[in-house]
Design a binder for this molecule. Structure first.
Ligand code: NAD
Length: 432
């Protein structure tokens, strides 16, 4: 099939490359012409394992190309995916201006039947607005369909998630749209959930909100564990072995971040309010998440007393491992809070240093590796659980630190082992 993806970011670029890999001819379009010029030369603007190889091989096979013209993308494809950003407005509502802009742009260039698919995460009823917008701005009398096909990939394992999804959600209102999407996804052999557009939109918001709530739930349990001397890691094992609950998303720690959960929860709370429902459960999940960072900061203060002029080493800046994405990364908020109290920060991350530099500037010393972070630091904070931080040489770490204090925001270290090695070890919700 001839496909175009409008918006070539984390989702658009992965989606486009994977559809090309499945044998389709794909145009990835973006209005960031610098990004497109780079992509044409093989410069991948994000870090995502395996993505560069996939882009290069499909460009070579002439199944994948890049364009800064939405017009070209619309004219040359049967199916158009919208994968632009849907960030939060200040009041928490989803900012749908990029979606609206693309919808108008598509309308002005439609010259025959097209299926227009919402890939971006959007509040329920956005499909209705997209349809109305296209109908309003369309220039020629041509038919079109709208569909919702939310994306569930996770940054860091996006290609594998796209190629082996748990399910594919297809929200449609015509047989033609249904047939096109079923056909397009048929090579993936994944369970299909075929529904109406509003239900598909809701599935995405409900999924992300449920997962975020699960994280906040275990974080709330971690607080109780600390109060009574129980261990949240063991509690999570006991919980997760119940098949009705499952073990994933039960790691207590600094809470969720990233470009999706915080904004999608905000958007879901706001759209629910607009629809006349007060989604108190999600508000509580959001509050627990915020408190978890404050809780972590209080642990640092408890251990170091005065933060002014203390050297604090930070391991991990991206919002989770295997990505360079620092949008809503807990590390950024924690570093900024520590700086306000006068701490001097040294930090290292395997892939997001450039992005972090752009946000944090010169006040942070960015190091070449974890050991340079440790040198002369008064404490070491583990913020993002990259694999390479799990395998540190702790004898070396101990020699480099000014005092052997590790505050582990993701509970990746074995506290008994750390204490045996002579560290003061502080985790989240761990038995002392
Ligand atoms: P992103 O910011 O990485 O990419 C969005 C791209 O859209 C940017 O490159 C931007 O330049 C482009 N764009 C904006 N307006 C445009 C326009 N008018 N014409 C052409 N291009 C335009 O965002 P992302 O992380 O890929 O997320 C995209 C959507 O997918 C969001 O709704 C997000 O919630 C959702 N989503 C993201 C993830 C994830 O892990 N990142 C997972 C599932 C769903």
């Amino acid at each position: 099939m001839n496909i175009s993806i409008i918006g070539s970011g984390y989702v658009g670029l992965v989606t486009g490359s994977c559809f090309a890999e499945l044998g389709n001819r794909v145009i990835c379009a973006d209005n960031d012409s610098k990004k497109i010029e780079g992509l044409k030369k093989g410069i991948i603007p994000i870090y995502e394992p395996g993505l560069k190889e996939l882009v290069m091989s499909n460009m070579k096979k002439k199944r994948l190309r890049f364009s800064s013209s939405v017009k070209e993308a619309v004219l040359e494809s049967e199916v158009i995916f919208i994968a632009v950003g849907t960030p939060s407005l200040e009041n928490g509502e989803a900012d749908l201006t990029y979606i609206e802009n693309v919808a108008r742009n598509i309308a002005q260039n439609l010259n025959g039947y097209r299926l227009i698919v919402e890939k971006s995460t959007v509040p329920v009823e956005t499909g209705k607005w997209v349809k109305q917008t296209i109908a309003t701005y369309i220039k020629r009398k041509v038919k079109f369909d709208i569909a919702s096909n939310p994306e569930f990939l996770r940054e860091g394992q996006a290609i594998s998630d796209f190629m082996h999804p748990d399910r594919i959600v297809i929200g449609v209102e015509s047989k033609a749209a249904r047939d096109i999407l079923v056909n397009l996804y048929s090579p993936l052999k994944a369970p299909l959930v075929i529904t109406d557009i509003k239900s598909a939109e809701l599935i995405k918001h409900a999924s992300n909100s449920f997962l975020a709530t699960k994280i906040s739930f275990i974080n709330a349990i971690s607080r109780i564990c600390e109060k009574v001397g129980a261990d949240v890691v063991e509690v999570a094992v006991g919980l997760g072995l119940d098949k009705r609950i499952g073990p994933s998303f039960l790691n207590a720690g600094l809470g969720y971040g990233g470009s999706c959960f915080p904004k999608d929860l905000d958007a879901f709370v706001t759209i629910s309010e607009k629809l006349g429902y007060d989604f108190g459960l999600l508000k509580a999940a959001r509050q627990i998440n915020q408190e978890q960072k404050a809780f972590f900061l209080s642990k640092i203060r408890d251990a170091l007393w005065i933060l002014k002029d203390k050297n604090v080493g930070v391991l991990g800046l991206s919002f989770k491992p295997n990505t360079d994405d620092i949008r809503n990364a807990p590390a950024i908020e924690i570093i900024q809070a520590l700086q306000i109290e006068g701490a001097k920060i040294k930090a290292y991350d395997p892939s997001s240093m450039d992005k972090a530099k752009a946000v944090l500037g010169k006040k942070v010393k960015f190091c070449k590796d974890a050991y340079e972070v440790c040198r002369d630091s008064d404490c070491l904070l583990l913020v993002t659980e990259w694999d390479e931080f799990k395998e540190l040489d702790f004898l070396r770490v101990k020699k480099l630190l000014k005092r052997p204090l590790v505050i582990d925001g993701r509970n990746i270290y074995d506290h008994k082992r750390m204490e045996k090695l002579g560290f003061s070890y502080v985790g989240i919700g761990r038995r002392r």
